[in-house]
Design a protein around this ligand. Structure first.
Ligand SMILES: [Zn+2]
Ligand SMILES: [Zn+2]
Length: 558
């Protein structure tokens, strides 16, 4: 495991891959990208870093245009609706962005056009007449997703012309093409397109990949394998009305391909955010550590295309130090699919369950790897009831309610503090911090559970109900340990931690954001004589029948 906490940077830019402004956010979205990014950002803030979490909706592309037409909305109104809705969905799970922008914003359009002009000046763009698929039945050019066929690399059938989901590569020319709307074979028409010379960046990309020790080795290895096989230049043009216009007089009616403009929105959004706060966005970007959180389906785009474009403008905006890449979420061991109606909308879930339950469950199963993970209702039920509630919830509630009952809610004065307790806490804070710095979310949560388990044993062994002479010390230590847990757990279960602060009567809401990670080591932070707030259980157990209802509602994939 790499030790990444030695970084000297005091600021960080964390980006989450952009969701298409074309439908609701579901459980599959959040597991690989948004929740890990949110947990990580919250942790960096507790460590005292200035960390900005950036995201935006990806507004362009043919599917969005078609959906807007179907709903008789302008594409602009359509994407504005989904931008608002997506942000609300994320917030319902406590996933907060410092800025949630959109790729159709003026800031992004201007920036994308600027980058294109720079690339062209630097000789990285050329034009070429290409044969485009055109459906005479639907009267449309058929870019990307609108042509399906056989992958020339792995021979998988029914793959999109812009991405083979089987082998993860971007086909140069799809075989046996069909119109995805009507299924008819398309005709070919000529059109002038602009290409990005990705092939000329092979050596520079290889060098960057090999020199960046923060990238996950397995991902890096197979990206290098792609380079060894030879990279294709990218056609960055689409014959569409909805997109960032190509800023050349002879390119009227043509726009950029979505993957040319969308990742540039990480930068354009950050520039706007920092500018609105009176700062210099370019400087902030270049002085910060850059993290791009993604799912494994967009490795090609983030490990090759994105860095090549930045290299092509002479690294005016630096390349990422980290690209945390994770696998997909399965639902009940089956691939999530909106078209087969096999998914759960995030808002549906968070309106039925405490959002921290989903955060806790995902955090406890999400590895720092490309392995797929699984959402299983029975495992969810058990983890929440047996780990979150029976371990963490139990300790917090016992410590606070016993203080309430036996000391009228006043934290008692301790006699002597055993330093093994202090050492265990310090070790927990250090190890959890080290694991979180290395993006090992599941392991860091396990380390906190181990500490909570230790405190449950401590409480049980010292039995304050039986040992009146030592109960003052036991309760003093325990109440302080509850405060430490409220800091350590904040990245994972922020809603519940706010409740803990209220019950500790140490302020609420923003209190935790003023806390510092290291201060979780303080076993004497809550003084003797401090009066607690109203104490009640933080969590409610999930009932078996709730799980059965959800399973029935979900049914089977269609
Ligand atoms: Zn393939
Ligand atoms: Zn057609």
């Amino acid at each position: 495991m790499s030790e990444n906490s030695s970084s000297s940077s005091e600021s960080a830019v964390i980006t989450s891959a952009l969701p298409y402004a074309n439908g609701e956010i579901h459980l599959g979205h959040i597991a690989s990208t948004y929740l890990p990014a949110d947990i990580f950002t919250r942790f960096l803030r507790l460590k005292g870093l200035k960390a900005y979490h950036i995201c935006a909706t990806d507004d362009f592309g043919t599917p969005i245009l078609i959906s807007a037409e179907k709903e008789k909305k302008s594409p602009k109104d359509y994407v504005e609706y989904w931008n608002r809705r997506d942000k609300e969905d994320f917030e319902s799970l406590g996933i907060l962005f410092d800025f949630f922008h959109n790729t159709s914003s003026k800031e992004n359009v201007d920036f994308v056009q600027y980058v294109f002009k720079q690339l062209r000046e630097n000789g990285h763009i050329y034009d070429q007449n290409v044969i485009q698929f055109y459906c005479t039945y639907d009267n449309k050019f058929l870019p990307d997703r609108y042509v399906i066929g056989r992958c020339p690399y792995c021979n998988a059938e029914n793959q999109y012309s812009d991405l083979c989901e089987k082998c993860g590569r971007v086909p140069d020319q799809i075989l046996e093409p069909k119109c995805a709307i009507c299924g008819r074979p398309p005709v070919k028409e000529e059109s002038k397109h602009y290409f990005f010379r990705l092939s000329s960046f092979e050596e520079k990309l290889r060098k960057w990949l090999l020199s960046n020790t923060h990238l996950q080795p397995d991902v890096k290895n197979y990206v290098i394998k792609w380079i060894n096989e030879g990279l294709q230049d990218w056609d960055i043009t689409r014959d569409l009305s909805w997109g960032v216009p190509i800023p050349l007089p002879e390119a009227e009616g043509k726009v950029f391909y979505g993957w040319f403009d969308n990742h540039l929105c990480y930068i354009s959004s950050l520039i706007k955010l920092v500018k609105d706060r009176g700062g210099d966005g370019k400087r902030f970007w270049n002085e910060s550590e850059i993290y791009h959180f993604i799912g494994k389906d967009i490795i090609y785009h983030h490990y090759l295309f994105l860095p090549a474009i930045r290299l092509g403008i002479n690294s005016e905006y630096k390349l990422p130090e980290y690209i945390p890449t994770r696998g997909h979420l399965m639902l009940q061991n089956q691939k999530i699919s909106k078209s087969r109606r096999w998914y759960i909308g995030l808002k549906d879930f968070t309106s039925a369950f405490n959002p921290d339950y989903l955060r806790f469950y995902i955090a406890s199963v999400v590895t720092y790897s490309q392995d797929d993970l699984n959402f299983d209702f029975d495992a969810f039920y058990e983890r929440i009831n047996n780990e979150l509630i029976a371990n963490i919830g139990n300790f917090i509630n016992r410590a606070l309610s016993f203080t309430q009952k036996s000391f009228q809610g006043i934290v008692p004065r301790p006699s002597s503090i055993d330093d093994t307790i202090e050492k265990e806490l310090a070790a927990t804070v250090d190890e959890t911090g080290r694991l979180l710095s290395s993006n090992e979310i599941d392991k860091s949560l396990k380390r906190i559970l181990k500490y909570s388990d230790y405190m449950n044993h401590y409480f049980q062994t010292n039995s304050p109900w039986a040992n009146k002479d030592t109960s003052n010390t036991t309760l003093y230590i325990s109440v302080n340990a509850v405060r430490s847990l409220a800091i350590l757990l904040e990245p994972f279960i922020p809603f519940s931690c706010e409740k803990i602060w209220v019950q500790l009567k140490l302020g609420s809401g923003s209190t935790v954001h003023q806390q510092v990670w290291e201060s979780a080591k303080d076993i004497i932070a809550v003084p003797a004589g401090h009066e607690l707030g109203k104490v009640e259980p933080i969590f409610r157990k999930i009932e078996a029948k709730e799980i059965e209802q959800w399973k029935n509602k979900l049914g089977k994939p269609q």
